[in-house]
Design a protein around this ligand. Structure first.
Ligand code: ACO
Length: 375
């Protein structure tokens, strides 16, 4: 029996706080006209103090699960693609696993910057196709605003916060993930990075003073690289899925810069209206940008069952990739709230997590006492 990996649920979460260009131009030397003409961005979302990469990811995941027939406890694996994890370790995916109450799922983070969601989907699809897993949750989640140097006009205009999630399930019906292209070129790693805070440059007074914990980017070079790879990766993913470009109803590109998307459209000889574009409202949310764009495309009626999509992205690493999909999921209500049943399950997950923490303490005390008495 051939197995296919279908997208059965999708959801997004963005902070309420909107940061407009009008606000930014009060603090840095730029203009509304410059930002819009060079990037297409008009506003972006910024996480509130209580919002984190894991909390946004969990909200997006709950919404994605809400559209499926399964609960968090049925998941086999959770992959969180992120460039802004909560900690070096534990993995943000483990925090999400705990908050969701996904007690049977393995969980890990995937670091491929803006290409991370495509890479994660491909790993999930392979696990499902091979028969080793039935249901996988893939999330792209970021709080880039915490890593932005708000005095650097070349980067602070670009980035925003948010999360998007897909549930993938095994099906016998053909469709779902059809093909994937994954590429990297580490020789360009220095073009876009957060240099300090890892083992190469551990945090020190000097790294903080030099602002090496914020995003450093050679915008021009990244721009050149992006315009080169977006069209070729899209074409390659379509070819591997035996699809002509005319058969692709929608291309969902990473939302980094409108000019990069326009260049990809020109390179593919496709009209811009065949591309999902929402960069004007969210800026670049890295690994979250593609799932957020898919959720909105669906909400705006731009994806219908039977449609063929190509998701395509690029990012730090350097990394890039594209995935062809056949959308076979049944239509579902627009932007559903979290079902009351899921709210109850989430509450139960919090209580169960608390109980496990308390039990671990008690076990520690018992073990401590018994090892002392055996000494
Ligand atoms: N306002 C006004 N002027 C500015 C601003 C600003 N906000 N930012 C830069 N400039 C100036 C520069 O200082 C430069 O001035 P100079 O010529 O006197 O040196 C001039 O504008 C032109 O600078 P460029 O960098 O050539 O501008 P460009 O047209 O390339 O646009 C941008 C810059 C928007 C950053 C563009 O290069 C870009 O989008 N690059 C890709 C970035 C990207 O997608 N990064 C994310 C990758 S995904 C990930 O993994 C996170």
């Amino acid at each position: 029996m051939t197995r296919y990996a279908h997208v059965t649920g999708w959801g997004m979460a963005v902070p309420d706080r909107v940061l407009t260009n009008a606000e930014l131009i009060q603090t840095i030397d730029t203009t509304e006209e410059w930002i819009v003409s060079r990037t297409g961005i008009r506003e972006r979302r910024i996480a509130a103090k209580h919002e984190t990469t894991a909390s946004l990811a969990t909200k997006a995941a709950e919404r994605a699960l809400d559209g499926t027939q399964i609960d968090a406890g049925d998941l086999d694996l959770i992959i969180v693609a992120t460039a802004t994890p909560e900690y070096l370790f534990p993995a943000t995916a483990c925090l999400v696993q705990d908050m969701l109450g996904a007690t049977h799922a393995g969980a890990f983070d995937l670091s491929a910057a803006c290409s991370g969601f495509i890479f994660g989907l491909n790993m999930a699809a392979q696990a499902i196709r091979s028969g080793s897993m039935e249901r996988v949750l893939v999330i792209g989640s970021e709080t880039l605003s915490r890593y932005v140097n708000w005095e650097d006009r070349g980067t602070c205009i670009l980035f925003g916060d948010g999360a998007g999630a897909f549930v993938l399930e095994a099906r016998e019906t053909p469709g779902g993930v059809l093909s994937c292209v994954m590429r990297s070129d580490g020789s360009g790693g220095d073009l876009l990075s957060i240099p300090a805070g890892g083992s190469r440059f551990p945090t020190s007074l000097e790294t903080v003073h030099k602002r090496q914990h914020t995003i450093q980017m050679n915008g021009r070079e990244v721009f050149r690289f992006a315009t080169r790879v977006m069209a070729s990766a899209t074409r390659e993913a379509a070819k591997r899925a035996s699809l002509e470009m005319d058969h692709i109803e929608l291309v969902v590109p990473h939302q980094a810069n409108l000019r990069i998307i326009e260049a990809a459209a020109r390179g593919l000889h496709l009209p811009l209206d065949r591309f999902m574009v929402n960069v004007e409202r969210y800026g670049n949310t890295s690994s979250a940008s593609i799932p957020i764009a898919v959720c909105e495309a669906f909400e705006f009626g731009r994806i219908r069952p039977g449609d063929h999509l190509v998701l395509v992205g690029f990012g730090a690493g350097l990394t890039w990739g594209a995935m062809a999909l056949e959308w076979v999921s049944p239509e579902r209500p627009v932007r559903p709230g979290v079902r009351p049943r899921h709210r109850l399950l989430t509450l139960f997950a919090h209580l169960a997590s608390l109980a496990r923490r308390v039990w671990r303490r008690i076990e520690g005390l018992i073990w401590g006492a018994s090892s002392e008495s055996s000494d």
